[in-house]
Ligand binder design. Structure first.
Ligand code: ATP
Length: 306
């Protein structure tokens, strides 16, 4: 998708909040937008999300888009599950798959217990989980997150980090604003600042590249893999895993746990696919990693022994 010389002002003859904004959003990239309060970040995100239209310039190549707004209209006459199922249907899902997706995302964000609670009775955090879940129902190709982490508890926030990594690994473009400069730090493919109505490249920890869209910090996961004979490890794997030989042959990959699902998916869907021998945590001594396959904290995969 591309923004060509996009501008927006809120009244005829009024000041331009944005002017002459050019931006290319490539598939499978994570893009951060920063800027001063009131500078126009949300305005830009609404244009990117397609819920507002530019007053100048144009936007081309829009993919299937989902959006988490800065403020979610919580007091609607639905239960959490009913609302998400309804939105899933609007996004083109049939009733059964919409209800399944709704339940899945509530579960992932630790909100399964609020499925039958009216939106008006949810806590701020509970509402925010619904706001995030609605954007994920139909696997969007462009996900626009305006302070989507605000109000989420730690576990749900970490889950959203993981979801972002998975979506990017699946080829989705994710554009986000967040007040925390450490959010997905080092994982961004590009970062920009809205400044004086324009968009300028931001200095900072961006530049991870398409395969790096995972949080680098936090717990680590160790994955032991065996490749097809003669195959090299695919380039640009999610999370840029550290690699070394595995004692039983093959490779031992160590990656931020937030990226492990995306890494596994990339390995299993590579052509030809890699065999995952075990998945586990690093050893307590913090060394290079001892997959706990079969032991505490680790698991053998279903493909073991193939
Ligand atoms: N619907 C609107 N009608 C009129 N003016 C608006 C509207 N939305 C935003 N503005 C104005 O546009 C400017 C940019 O607002 P915007 O919300 O895009 O900035 P922001 O960078 O997201 O701010 P914040 O960091 O405070 O969320 C502000 O001066 C704001 O008052």
């Amino acid at each position: 998708m591309r923004l060509h010389g996009v501008g927006r002002r809120y009244r005829v003859g009024g000041p331009w909040v944005l002017r002459g904004v050019d931006l290319e959003l490539r598939p499978g990239t994570l893009v951060r937008i920063d800027g001063a309060n009131g500078g126009g970040k949300s305005t830009l995100l609404r244009l990117i999300a397609g819920i507002d239209a530019p007053g100048a310039g144009r936007i081309t190549g829009r993919p299937r888009t989902a959006y988490v707004p800065e403020r979610f209209p919580g007091a609607l006459p639905f239960t959490a599950l009913g609302y998400l199922t309804h939105l899933g249907r609007i996004q083109g899902l049939r009733r059964g798959p919409a209800a399944t997706a709704a339940g899945h995302w509530l579960e992932r964000f630790g909100a399964a217990g609020t499925a039958d609670v009216p939106l008006a009775e949810l806590s701020k955090g509970g509402c925010q989980k619904v706001a995030v879940a609605q954007a994920l129902l139909a696997d969007p190709d462009l996900l626009v997150l305006d302070e989507a982490w605000t109000g989420l508890d730690h576990r749900a926030g970490a889950e959203l980090d993981r979801v972002v990594a998975e979506r990017v690994a699946d080829g989705c473009t994710v554009v986000f604003v967040d007040h925390d400069p450490r959010r997905l730090a080092g994982a961004q493919d590009a970062a920009y600042r809205v400044e004086d109505g324009g968009l300028v490249p931001a200095a900072g920890p961006a530049g991870g590249g398409a395969g790096a869209a995972c949080a680098a910090a936090g717990p680590r996961t160790v994955v032991e893999v065996v490749g097809p004979p003669g195959a090299a490890l695919p380039d640009d794997l999610p999370g840029r895993p550290d690699r070394g030989p595995a004692p039983e042959g093959g490779l031992r990959l160590t990656v931020a746990s937030a990226c492990s699902d995306a890494l596994l998916r990339a390995l299993l869907t590579a052509r030809p696919p890699w065999h995952v021998r075990s998945v586990g945590g690093p050893p307590a001594d913090g060394g290079a990693g001892e997959p706990a396959g079969g032991g505490p904290g680790g698991s053998r995969t279903g493909s073991e022994g193939r």
